[in-house]
Design a protein around this ligand. Structure first.
Ligand SMILES: [Ca+2]
Ligand SMILES: [Ca+2]
Length: 433
């Protein structure tokens, strides 16, 4: 009997995919030795930079202070913020299913934003066009410093999309499951990202202008000691998948790139690129590209020594997992988990007929982590609780002959470690055996 397949292929991040992009085992061994040697070096330099306070917290600067607290369930705005205002949002959380700008801050120069958690709640099946209008945060003003904020499940993580948003600075930011751009800088300003984790982006870093935006090709964006992972989304611009890291044009800024790790599990489905455009890459030292996709890595690597190291397969995945674990150890997070997971049915994704043994699949993601997904038919549980494999996917093989023929509503319930649960929207299925 037929089994259901996902509507389109998705990539298995945790599959062990070792591809022969390197020509000899000895060369692989040399590169692995060099990279393994540098794991310590990168982490040491990142840790020393964090502890040395290359950029001390902007809360220590002079200026008026505002402390934000509590759980906000509606979008929040601050217009006309005076120069050098410091927002301490350490004890604030935003949790909203609205496809809107969840936090909007606009004003003068040298605004400081520290901490807080911004959590979207739109399920993975939400169309891209809706997610495209959703933003974790709009940060407007010259010399805006953003630090220690966590953002989950919006379209863009943070956007600086005004001409005056010059010389922005992010550090210790954590952006997860971002359905459009993890970083949006479409007015092509200079900016810096450091010590930040981008764990699951549809597109990585956008600096591609609208008409009327000033030429930014003399500007520079600097990324250092950071981690970027692309994540195939159920709903992309045209189809499922993900873009590349750099959404860049001829008038976009130059790039300085240091000690940053990138993970890619398949080709880009967007009009963008995985590697920094060669004519835009100014300084480049100590970066790692992890390729888990099929076939050889799809773009040329920069030839300059010490710029990028390519890792593939299990060694690459291990390198990534260790780097993320180190980042999280360096960024302890005491906040209570207030947010339930987001979950949608992935297969079937539309009304269908089930016969025999079928594969049921849900996509579920949590701001912290999903511990399991349980499928239900008319509210009655089906089979065992499923665990995540591959990343974001929960699959149950189920024999539909155990249920009488007829029309049912299929749902999936996702649970996080704190016991928060969400039940997906239902899909009508007809069992016919
Ligand atoms: Ca965007
Ligand atoms: Ca949670």
């Amino acid at each position: 009997m037929p089994t259901l397949s996902p509507p389109v292929p998705y990539h298995d991040l945790h599959g062990v995919l070792v591809h022969a992009t390197l020509r000899s085992t000895s060369l692989i061994a040399i590169i692995l030795a060099a990279v393994v040697g540098r794991v310590g070096a990168v982490q040491t330099s990142a840790a020393s930079q964090a502890s040395a306070g290359v950029a001390a917290s902007c809360l220590t600067r002079p200026g008026p202070s505002k402390t934000l607290r509590g759980l906000h369930t509606k979008p929040w705005t601050a217009y006309g913020v005076v120069d050098s205002t410091k927002f301490d949002a350490t004890d604030a959380q935003w949790l909203s299913p609205a496809p809107k700008i969840l936090v909007f801050v606009e004003g003068g120069s040298h605004i400081c934003w520290h901490g807080g958690q911004i959590i979207g709640q739109l399920p993975p099946a939400t169309p891209w066009v809706t997610m495209h209008e959703s933003y974790g945060m709009d940060a407007h003003g010259a010399f805006f410093q953003l630090e220690n904020v966590r953002i989950f499940d919006t379209g863009d993580g943070v956007t600086m999309d005004l001409q005056g948003d010059v010389d922005w600075h992010w550090r210790d930011v954590y952006v997860k499951y971002m359905r459009d751009d993890c970083v949006e800088n479409d007015f092509l300003n200079s900016g810096t990202i450091e010590n930040s984790l981008f764990d699951g982006c549809y597109s990585g870093f956008s600096a591609r202008s609208y008409t009327g935006v000033k030429d930014g090709s003399a500007n520079v964006v600097t990324v250092r000691h950071s981690l970027f992972r692309m994540q195939a989304m159920d709903q992309g611009y045209i189809r499922s998948g993900h873009g590349g890291f750099w959404k860049w044009g001829s008038n976009s800024p130059r790039i300085d790139l240091y000690d940053t790790v990138f993970l890619m599990d398949g080709p880009t489905i967007e009009n963008d690129v995985i590697m920094p455009p060669p004519d835009k890459l100014r300084n480049c030292v100590g970066n790692v590209m992890i390729w888990l996709g099929g076939g050889p890595f799809p773009e040329p690597l920069p030839t300059r020594p010490g710029c990028f190291t390519l890792l593939i397969g299990a060694a690459g995945l291990q390198y990534w997992d260790r780097a993320v674990a180190q980042w999280k150890a360096d960024h302890p997070w005491p906040a209570q988990d207030v947010a339930p997971p987001i979950v949608s049915l992935w297969s079937p994704a539309a009304p269908t007929t089930l016969r025999g043994v079928v594969q049921l699949a849900a996509t579920a993601v949590d701001d912290e982590g999903v511990t399991g997904v349980q499928f239900r038919l008319n509210g009655r549980t089906l089979g065992e609780v499923t665990t995540e494999s591959p990343v974001t996917k929960f699959v149950l093989s189920w024999n539909s002959r155990g249920m009488a023929n007829g029309l049912y509503t299929l749902t999936a319930i996702a649970r996080d470690a704190a016991g928060n649960t969400t039940e997906s929207a239902g899909i009508q299925v007809t069992i016919s055996n």
